[in-house]
Every structure is written in structure tokens, then in C-alpha cells.
Design a protein around this ligand. Structure first.
Ligand code: URP
Ligand code: ZN
Ligand code: ZN
Length: 463
């Protein structure tokens, strides 16, 4: 016995049509105009969209950072993701300087196995450019199923690496079928501006943004793209926050480069003035790159529409205000960087993109599911509605209205950067490999159900 999702509007990155979808076991067995009831369970979806489950390409769960550990682990984070319509995440395993990539990956496997409620893959960060590290990359891609490697141009003395390391990583990945991801901000400049601000007694959360001006992101994005150009390597720029950085990506693409950009929900709805909220509430918005002036929001949204930005990740990195963000009450540079966004990623994209008439439904699916699946070697097993694909299905109610609040969200954290925002459009049912795991706001899946998904090698894409 299977399940028929009956009469919904199926939306993929390219097509929109009414159909029944038959789930058998863990896969989609048939798509048709009328599939006979047989002995199948019927899920009526006549008034709903049938999307592929969301793929969140950018999460940080159970991650030590900023003197503490993220508030969400693989259980709480993936449960919240599922309730928001996401059925696969790709999380960052942190490499340590002098250590092996294998060990880093194993540490993250231990964090996820037995806890994740939905499927997951991994990216690896690169902490050093030693020959041993570079020699591991092809094996990690071909044997361990991880196809992407993030280098940081910021967080000096912590995660930042130099241009030599970035360049070596680009060259190695270009040969081996890997995709380099870059956190593009000039960490050396930020080190100076931060010290100067603190010395002048400027300690409030807004100084996080004021010490990381947009030019830091613009310069680093340009530099990373030129390094990729010299190396002949593809490049994926994570968490693009500004028009200046997005323009650099557009210029790279005009030169014919395989450069791709990702933005995140916080950059579409928050703005610089959020840092000025009273009573240290501005600390909620301390994340990097910082939230920009409001006008950037429309530029980013337009670039998502025009496919000048190609992917939509949450950059979920949750810290409680109480006890965690508070570490920086008297020094903005000690506020752990990050925000809880895994649950509301798709609702925000739908609200500001689809409901406001900027993005089409196919754009929405491409950005929130299909393109991430392609970048990170999961397509077509995931990221689409097709016969033979995993039955990761999001039945989406376009009429459901809810107001986002930390009081009602499912993330294990006491704050939301979207607090009070009303969104129309929410998951009604979520299926992960054929199993119904969310029914409205009720999680009906299981801790430990999620499986590691191997990523295939990266091939530069036509996106
Ligand atoms: O502030 C952020 N973005 N925290 C997570 C780490 C990163 O840089 O992605
Ligand atoms: Zn980053
Ligand atoms: Zn991140």
C-alpha cells in the first residue's frame, strides 16, 4: 500500500501542472492525471501546491562557535526544518587547523547519526592549506560523498584562511570535482576596525555592522572571484548580504565564470535599523556578513528572480539571547554570530518572493530546493518531483496565515529575527522518503530517521 497525493498542483523548477502523485516505499512511483485509489492512503491536495521538499544548503547545527555551542543540535534543528517544509539539510563540518578532514567529517557524522529527523549531507570547511589537507580532498569527494569545501576570508584568528590556502583549495577542487564555497568579507580590515571601535568605547551591537562595512564584502567577493578565475575553478559565494557583493557575482558571470551566489531570508527582511533596537535586542541580528541598509533587500530579491543569485540557504546558526548572545553585552565582538532561520526559510521566501509577485512558483522551487540539490550533488534523487526520485514532498497550503514568534516556533532558541512577521503560505504535510513527518504544526516523524546523503561530484551547471 502506498500514498496518493491527490489533485494538487505539482510545481517543479520548470513545470506547473495538476496531477496525482503516487508514493510507494521511499520513492515517487507514478505521476498521473488520475491514479486509481487501490488500497492506497489518499491525501487530498486539490487546493494545495505539491513542491519537492526544501533543501537547505547552509546550516550550522551543534557547532562550537563564538565561545559557545549553537542552541540547536541535529535533533531540534532538523525537527524545526521539517516543520518548515525542508526535507534535507547540508551542514558544515568544521575542520581544525593541523587536523584531518576525515576526523572532522567523522565528528559531524557522530553529531548527526541517531539524531537527525530528516536527511542530511555535509560540507567541510578548510582550516589550512597543508599538502596533507589538499591531498585528502579528492578522497573526501569520491569516497566520503562530500563535494563542497568552505573557505573563510573573515573571522581572523578563528576560521580565516589566507589567499594561498584559498587558491590551493580552488585548484584542488577544480581538478577533483569539488565546489569551493567562500565566506567573503575582508577579515584583516574588520580586525582593525573592530579594535578601533572598541578602543573608542563603541560596544553596542550596531558596531558589529559598522565595523564590517559593505566594502569589506564587496572587496572580498571580487578577490575570491578573481582567485577562482586564475585557478579555473567554480565558486559558490555563501550568504550574500548586499547589492555590492551580488553585483560582483554578476560581473564574474558576464566574464563567463562558473560563479554562483546564495542569499538568506534574514537579508530579505531585516535591515540595519534592527541593530538599534533597545535593551540589547539588536544582538539578535549580529551575524556575518551583517544586515545591510534596507534598499539592498529589493536588489537581492530581484537578483533571485533573474537567477543572478542561485540558491537560498538559511545560514541557521542559533544562539539564545539569554546566556549566549549576552556574552557580548559589553563588547559587540563577543556576541556569537548567527541567527535561527532554518524553520522559516521557505515561508519567508514565499512571502516576500511569491506573495509580493516578484518570484514565480518555479523560481521558488528552484531556489529553495532544486538548485541546492544540483550544487550539492543530490539531484535528481532529491530536489524535484519525478518518478524514481525520493518521495520528499511538501504539500503547501498557500492560504494558511501565521505570525512568526519565538513563543511558537520549534527551534530550540529564545529569539527570532522574524518576530511578529505575518506570512501567508505554510506546509500542510511534509513527506520524507515516503513517510509523513509533519502534519501542520505537528511533527510526526522520528529522531534518527534522517540518513546521510552522499553528494556526487560537482559539475558546473547551467543555472
Ligand atoms: O553569522 C553567521 N553567519 N554565523 C554562521 C557562520 C558563518 O559564517 O556562516
Ligand atoms: Zn560564513
Ligand atoms: Zn553559515
Amino acid at each position: 500500500m502506498g500514498t496518493i497525493v491527490r489533485g494538487g498542483t505539482v510545481v517543479t523548477a520548470t513545470d506547473t501542472y495538476r496531477a496525482d502523485v503516487l508514493i510507494e516505499g521511499e520513492s515517487i512511483a507514478a505521476i498521473g492525471s488520475h491514479i486509481a485509489d487501490g488500497a492506497h492512503e489518499i491525501v487530498e491536495a486539490g487546493d494545495a501546491y505539491v513542491f519537492p521538499g526544501g533543501i537547505d544548503p547552509h546550516t550550522h547545527l551543534d557547532m562550537p562557535f563564538g565561545g559557545t555551542v549553537t542552541a540547536d543540535d541535529f535533533e531540534t534543528g532538523t525537527r524545526a526544518a521539517a516543520l518548515g517544509g525542508t526535507t534535507t539539510i547540508v551542514d558544515f563540518a568544521l575542520h581544525s587547523r593541523g587536523g584531518s578532514l576525515h576526523d572532522a567529517l567523522n565528528t559531524w557524522h557522530e553529531k548527526a547519526a541517531g539524531r537527525a529527523c530528516i536527511d542530511y549531507g555535509f560540507h567541510l570547511t578548510i582550516a589550512d592549506g597543508r599538502d596533507e589537507t589538499m591531498a585528502e580532498i579528492p578522497k573526501i569527494i569520491d569516497e566520503q560523498g562530500v563535494n563542497s569545501f568552505k573557505v573563510f576570508m573573515a573571522y581572523k584568528h578563528v576560521l580565516q584562511v589566507d589567499d594561498e590556502t584559498i587558491f590551493k583549495t580552488l585548484q584542488t577542487c577544480a581538478k577533483a570535482g569539488g565546489l569551493v564555497q567562500v565566506h567573503a568579507e575582508n577579515g584583516d580590515v574588520i580586525e582593525v576596525t573592530t579594535k578601533q571601535a572598541l578602543a573608542a568605547g563603541k560596544t553596542d551591537p550596531k558596531w558589529h555592522a559598522l565595523t564590517r562595512p559593505v566594502e569589506c564584502e564587496g572587496e572580498a567577493t571580487h578577490r575570491a572571484i578573481r582567485l577562482a578565475e586564475i585557478a579555473g575553478a567554480p565558486l559558490y559565494v555563501v550568504h550574500v548580504s548586499s547589492a555590492m557583493a551580488a553585483d560582483a557575482i554578476g560581473e564574474g558571470r558576464k566574464r563567463g565564470l562558473a560563479v554562483y551566489g546564495e542569499t538568506c531570508p534574514q537579508y530579505l527582511v531585516c535591515d540595519f535599523t534592527d541593530y538599534e533596537r533597545p535593551d540589547f535586542e539588536g544582538a539578535k541580528y549580529v551575524l556575518s556578513p551583517p544586515i545591510r541598509d534596507k534598499w539592498n533587500q529589493d536588489v537581492l530579491l530581484r537578483k533571485l528572480k533573474n537567477m543572478e543569485l542561485h540558491s537560498f540557504g538559511s545560514d541557521h546558526c542559533s544562539f539564545n539571547l539569554c546566556g549566549q548572545k549576552e556574552l557580548g553585552r559589553h563588547d559587540f565582538s563577543k556576541i556569537p554570530n548567527g541567527a535561527p532561520t532554518i524553520e522559516d526559510r521557505l515561508s519567508i521566501l514565499y512571502e516576500v518572493g511569491v506573495n509580493r509577485g516578484v518570484l514565480g512558483l518555479n523560481n521558488f522551487v528552484a531556489l529553495g530546493s532544486t538548485n541546492p540539490a544540483k550544487f550539492f550533488g543530490l539531484f535528481p534523487r532529491k530536489g524535484t518531483i519525478a518518478v524514481g526520485s525520493d518521495a520528499d514532498i511538501l504539500v503547501w497550503d498557500p492560504a494558511a496565515v501565521r505570525t512568526i514568534s519565538a513563543k511558537t516556533h520549534h527551534m530550540n532558541v529564545d529569539n527570532s529575527v522574524f518576530e511578529g512577521m505575518t506570512v501567508k503560505g505554510s506546509p500542510r504535510y511534509v513527506f520524507s522518503r515516503g513517510r509523513k513527518i509533519a502534519d501542520g504544526a505537528a511533527f510526526i516523524g522520528e529522531k534518527g530517521y534522517g540518513r546521510f546523503q552522499k553528494s556526487a561530484r560537482f559539475y558546473p551547471l547551467q543555472v
